[in-house]
Design a protein around this ligand. Structure first.
Ligand code: 4GY
Length: 220
């Protein structure tokens, strides 16, 4: 899978070169390409934003650099082109499964007040929001989408890590414990040290149900 990220702030994506995602890229399982929209402006001063028609605060990203950048990275429009914005449909796990079915996804990051609507109308397939809050730019949202998709690419995570998720589908996860057995007076639940796997499964299921009921009753 290839993920291309279009942004005016490429330096914000340094975190994707480390950790699990960074390793997957180095091993060739995943390709993440960060592209600077500014490299595609036709303005002699490399300008990529301008004042909004109709007035108001802030600046608007110009259609030309955005359009040229998208056409350069996906000339035959074979990629799924996604704009990150609070106006989009909410990004959920089902969308993660859909995205990993594409060979190439392009994540477009807006900044300032947003992107000239004509670039979105002409070049974008869908608009996604990672949640109901406003960020200073789409970069953090693009990282969320890239990270969530990357963990389903073959060989990025161990198969065991992914099996557990589908097993407990639509419930929140049970609590996890590791050594030591006692930390500041709190002991690991006895059942987890019993070796009785039927009892352990039952306890974990009960814990999942309890935390879901408390924090996310809408999921039940
Ligand atoms: N929420 N989900 C989000 C965001 C910032 C103005 C367009 C979000 O995805 N993106 O808050 N983005 C805005 C800032 C330009 C992007």
């Amino acid at each position: 899978m290839k993920i291309t990220i279009l942004t005016l702030f490429p330096e914000m994506f340094a975190p994707l070169t480390s950790s699990i995602i960074g390793r997957a890229c180095k091993e060739g399982k995943l390709e993440i390409k960060i592209v600077d929209i500014r490299d595609y402006t036709e303005d002699k001063h490399k300008k990529c934003d301008d004042y909004p028609f109709g007035g108001g605060a802030g600046m608007v990203m110009m259609a030309q650099p955005v359009g040229s950048a998208i056409e350069a990275v996906d000339p035959d429009h074979t990629a799924r082109r996604i704009y990150l914005s609070p106006k989009g449909q909410t990004f959920k796990q089902e969308k993660v499964y859909e995205l990993v079915s594409y060979d190439h996804i392009v994540l477009l990051c807006g900044h300032y007040e947003g992107i000239d609507q004509r670039a979105i109308d002409l070049f974008v397939d869908e608009e996604l929001s990672i949640g109901d809050y406003v960020l200073t730019g789409g970069e953090l949202a693009a990282m969320v989408v890239a990270d969530a998709a990357a963990r389903y690419v073959d060989g990025v995570l161990s198969p065991e890590s992914l099996v557990q998720e589908s097993f407990s589908e639509n419930l929140l996860e049970y609590p996890h414990y590791t050594r030591p057995v006692e930390y500041r007076g709190l002991r690991v639940p006895e059942v987890l040290r019993s070796g009785n796997h039927a009892e352990i499964d039952k306890w974990r299921r009960e814990q999942s149900l309890a935390v879901t009921k408390k924090n996310r009753p809408d999921l039940l």
